[in-house]
Design a protein around this ligand. Structure first.
Ligand SMILES: C[S@@+](CC[C@H](N)C(=O)[O-])C[C@H]1O[C@@H](n2cnc3c(N)ncnc32)[C@H](O)[C@@H]1O
Length: 211
């Protein structure tokens, strides 16, 4: 199956000015880890926004004939709402009077020919988790960043990883002055369980692997 190289992907993402919150080194690391495990099972992400991370994870899945479940209610996090710091007026539905990243997410999947690889799950993480039963090979957590939400996401979804499965968590900052502590505390809590080992950190992206 024809797949794009990381350089081709990064170039196309830049050319199309894909909106999102993922640095180039983090995107490359996600792509690399996904490429290592996608052949053994599906990948799932929490928090797709306009699909930047989905494009990298999805492209790796496509190369291995696997699938990416992209879970997001597409109503934005607190900081994306009208009047908040990261609000983008282009992502506001004037009829519903609500934030909505789904149309842009969908357009981006089409642009990167990923509609046969990425399964959009338009739901909250909590709702999607209620009936989840499919074993996963990689989980990327980038949804709600509060302590409670990051803890719930990391704890719930990490338990669906198979042995050798990869847990990637975004916005992990060891020092409070660098950023919010929710994802950092959540990662430490998973590590304290003993069934995951620490692999590496790329920028703010932490990588753990199930024993
Ligand atoms: C920081 S953005 C994700 C950025 C994206 N991964 C990227 O590469 O650009 C966070 C996303 O998480 C979603 N989100 C927040 N809380 C959520 C929840 N409880 N369930 C599902 N999605 C959630 C928001 O709608 C938003 O699109």
């Amino acid at each position: 199956m024809k797949s794009m190289t990381i350089v081709e992907l990064q170039t196309k993402v830049e050319e199309h000015d894909i909106k999102g919150f993922l640095a180039a080194d983090e995107a490359a690391a996600l792509y690399s880890w996904a490429n290592r495990v996608a052949q053994f099972g599906p990948i799932l992400e929490i928090g797709s926004y306009c699909g930047k991370s989905s494009l990298f994870l999805g492209s790796a899945c496509k190369a291995h004939d696997s699938v990416l479940f992209a879970v997001d209610h597409h109503r934005g996090s607190e900081e994306h709402q009208l009047g908040e710091l990261y609000h983008d007026p282009e992502l506001f539905d004037p009829v519903a009077q609500k934030f909505d990243s789904l149309p842009t997410f969908r357009r981006n999947l089409e642009l990167f020919a990923l509609t046969d690889t990425v399964i959009a799950v338009v739901a909250s993480s909590k709702l999607a988790a209620k009936a989840w039963a499919t074993p996963l090979m990689m989980v990327f957590i980038d949804g709600g960043h509060s302590h409670a939400m990051a803890m719930a996401d990391c704890d719930t979804w990490s338990r669906h990883l198979q042995s050798g499965g990869v847990l990637a968590v975004h916005d992990v900052f060891a020092h409070p002055e660098a950023g919010g502590q929710g994802p950092y505390l959540a990662v430490n809590s998973v590590l304290a369980r003993g069934d995951f080992v620490w692999r590496e950190q790329i920028n703010s992206l932490a990588i753990l692997q199930r024993r």
